[in-house]
Design a protein around this ligand. Structure first.
Ligand SMILES: Nc1ncnc2c1ncn2[C@@H]1O[C@H](COP(=O)(O)OP(=O)(O)OP(=O)(O)O)[C@@H](O)[C@H]1O
Ligand SMILES: [Mg+2]
Length: 311
């Protein structure tokens, strides 16, 4: 039996929370020094792309004040539940089985604002790591709010060295270049290795003639990455059809169709999959359920020892 979760539920213990994500092979955060550049799109698209390639994926929506992941995935009508046996929060199952946790699932209405001070946000993020049954995952994507404030810091500090990489999202303008440098500086200071840069809205693909227009100049994202000395993961065009799918919570349908933008997104997914290939290949040790016995029968100890290969 499950009960609907209470937002102010159990408090996460202090210290590093990395142990709670032991079953997750690769943990990536999406950051940017600037708002509205497409972090949430990249988070959701990379997550769904990995799921399409057959990986087990989760998304932690770390944007407490402006959660958008449920909307992009079309699961805003869902709720989080607590498993009455384990006491853990069960993530919502999104498209392609992607596990999703967001504050949005706990709000009474679509337009409800979260008016919390920093410590409450910090606590909520820590709970999303420690109180959620993430299980065994190949990839956990963490979507972060813009900037280098409380939320990115909490995630970095709570997981102390447990994050495998940051995906820095930018748009191709000179102003963005400076902000990217700040995001790189932030990532280095909090000791999160940089997975690479994604250039969103690199160009505009005209739906009338299919031509690509580089509004800010071609290759800007790659140049930003080269100057900063970090990998370039790829680019995503500004695409009105993608935008419509995002607004309607049908990103998964968009990614299931053959089109130029999907090719770009899947190439970013493949770049990340090959970057973390070794970790993704690692065998996870399934936790064997403990046998509950009221009393041991004669010879049972030896039987268990033989199973463990110790006798
Ligand atoms: N490549 C794209 N083509 C079309 N629309 C896009 C593209 N990238 C993002 N958008 C749209 O732009 C808006 C901002 O994108 P998104 O929410 O992913 O940005 P964000 O960086 O997460 O914003 P915030 O800083 O507010 O969290 C959304 O409405 C999204 O649908
Ligand atoms: Mg966002």
């Amino acid at each position: 039996m499950s009960v609907r979760v209470n937002v102010r539920g159990g408090a996460a213990p202090p210290g590093s929370l990395a142990d709670y994500l032991k079953g997750v092979k690769v943990k990536l955060v999406t950051i940017s020094g600037k708002g509205g550049v497409g972090k949430s799109l990249v988070t959701a698209a990379v997550a769904l792309g990995f799921a399409l390639r057959g990986y087990k994926v989760g998304i932690l929506d770390g944007d407490i004040y402006g959660p958008t992941i449920p909307k992009l995935l079309g699961v805003t009508d869902q709720s989080l539940y607590v498993d009455s046996k384990t006491g853990k929060i069960i993530p919502v199952s999104g498209p392609f089985g992607v596990k999703v946790v967001s504050i949005d699932f706990m709000l009474p209405g679509e337009d409800t604002a979260v008016i919390w001070r920093g410590p409450l946000v910090t606590q909520a993020l820590r709970d999303f790591i420690s109180q959620v049954d993430w299980g065994q995952l190949d990839l956990l994507m963490v979507d972060l709010p813009p900037g280098t404030g409380d939320a990115p810091l909490t995630i970095a500090q709570s997981l102390q060295g447990g994050i495998d990489g940051s995906i820095i999202v930018t748009i191709p303008s000179e102003v963005s270049r400076r902000i990217v440098i700040k995001a790189i500086d932030f990532s280095r200071k909090v000791q999160i290795p940089i997975a690479g840069i994604v250039e969103n809205m690199c160009c505009f693909v005209c739906p009338d003639n299919g031509k690509t227009y580089y509004v800010f100049g071609e290759g800007a994202g790659r140049r930003i990455a080269e100057k900063a000395g970090v990998p370039f993961l790829g680019q995503i065009p500004m695409d009105p059809v993608l935008s419509k799918h995002l607004d309607e919570g049908r990103l998964h349908e968009f990614l299931s169709t053959e089109n130029n933008t999907t090719k770009h997104i899947m190439s970013i997914v493949d770049a990340l999959a090959s970057k973390y290939a070794d970790k993704l290949k690692q065998e996870m040790r399934e936790e064997r359920p403990k046998r509950i016995a009221l009393m041991k029968l004669p010879g049972e100890d030896e039987e268990e020892d033989q199973q463990r290969g110790t006798s």
